[in-house]
Design a protein around this ligand. Structure first.
Ligand code: ZN
Length: 103
């Protein structure tokens, strides 16, 4: 086992940092198996990815938040979170209704 300091934290190659992916057949949002929904994984010196254990989340929160901010910026967000009714995951729920749409 490598010391943790030798591990980079990289965007999950499976879900691109989202932590989930849309299932092609059912169109459902599924938690990414590769990273366990974190969106990021450890990459060791040999280039092998390891899921980040939940015990490490607290310690890594500042790093993960920074990476997440970078990712959202790349996607074109200005740094504000999506409004609830803009999130696909809420479609069809009460929170998925845009209160500002014409009545
Ligand atoms: Zn993933």
């Amino acid at each position: 086992m490598m010391p943790e300091s030798a591990m980079d934290i990289v965007r999950c190659p499976s879900c691109e940092g989202a932590g989930w992916y849309a299932d092609d057949e059912s169109d459902e949002s599924l938690t990414c198996d590769w990273c366990g929904g974190v969106g990021y994984v450890y990459r060791d010196l040999e280039g092998v990815d390891h899921r980040i254990p939940p015990a490490d989340y607290d310690r890594l929160t500042p790093t993960l938040e920074r990476l997440e901010t970078e990712r959202l910026r790349e996607l074109g967000y200005s740094g504000n979170a999506k409004k609830p009714w803009e999130q696909d995951i809420r479609k069809g729920t009460h929170g998925g209704v845009n209160p500002y749409e014409s009545e």
